[in-house]
Design a protein around this ligand. Sequence first.
Ligand SMILES: Cc1cc2nc3c(=O)[nH]c(=O)nc-3n(C[C@H](O)[C@H](O)[C@H](O)COP(=O)(O)OP(=O)(O)OC[C@H]3O[C@@H](n4cnc5c(N)ncnc54)[C@H](O)[C@@H]3O)c2cc1C
Length: 228
Amino acid sequence: MMNLRLVKPGSLIDINRLTDLDYIRPERDELAIGALTRHTAAASSPVVAEFCPLMTAAYDHIAHRAVRNRGSVGGNLCHADPSSENPAVAVASGATLVLKSADGERRVAAEDFFLGLYETAAQQNELLTEIRIPKAPAHQGWSFQETSTRKGDFALVGIAATLDCPNGTCTNARIVAVGVGERAMRLDAAEVAITGAVMDDTDLTAAAEAARDSVDPPSDFHADSEFR
Ligand SMILES: Cc1cc2nc3c(=O)[nH]c(=O)nc-3n(C[C@H](O)[C@H](O)[C@H](O)COP(=O)(O)OP(=O)(O)OC[C@H]3O[C@@H](n4cnc5c(N)ncnc54)[C@H](O)[C@@H]3O)c2cc1C
């Protein structure tokens, strides 16, 4: 943000030495990721792959090695870039974000955290300390798909999806898009179209059409609305 001259903070707090916030650990049926965990650690973690394979898949698309070595999972989420992949992963996997301040701790569902362009529900006096992700159930299907100009670039459009299908029928769907609006957005119409469906080609086509019809992507230097 400073590099882009979008913000000029009067003071800057470096949290790099808060090593207590750098961890990945399974806690019963949840995955806990400390906010200062580097992308590289999350991308290569077998614990992340077991609990949230969607995140591991998304890391195929997130930035380049040098950026992943320095960028943190928490910083990435707080940055709230509308084309960033991890916000979609967090919303699609039903994550909860833990925010702390001198006044105490509160927990915010990922889908309530991303408010708009580079805007989150975190208050100025709050630090994101942890991301908690429920373990993906055995009957859950998932996918992360992205189109970008070059591998490692921000998404032109990305989709993170989790579908609960205990008996071949979808009972719960979370389909989240990035790059089509000011924040990671659940595609409600597509979710409704797929919930209760047996997911044959007809159902999937109906959901894809509902997804397409429910967004009005922006045009910019990288791609126009129709392409997105
Ligand atoms: C060349 C390049 C390519 C990139 N490509 C991608 C990409 O393809 N996909 C993608 O998702 N990202 C991409 N990024 C972003 C990158 O992944 C980092 O996530 C991002 O730069 C944030 O870095 P950081 O963790 O150092 O956070 P910072 O830059 O330090 O912080 C980002 C913002 O979050 C706030 N913040 C940071 N940590 C916390 C916290 N714990 N609690 C509260 N607020 C906090 C800061 O105050 C700041 O406003 C790219 C970045 C670069 C430079």
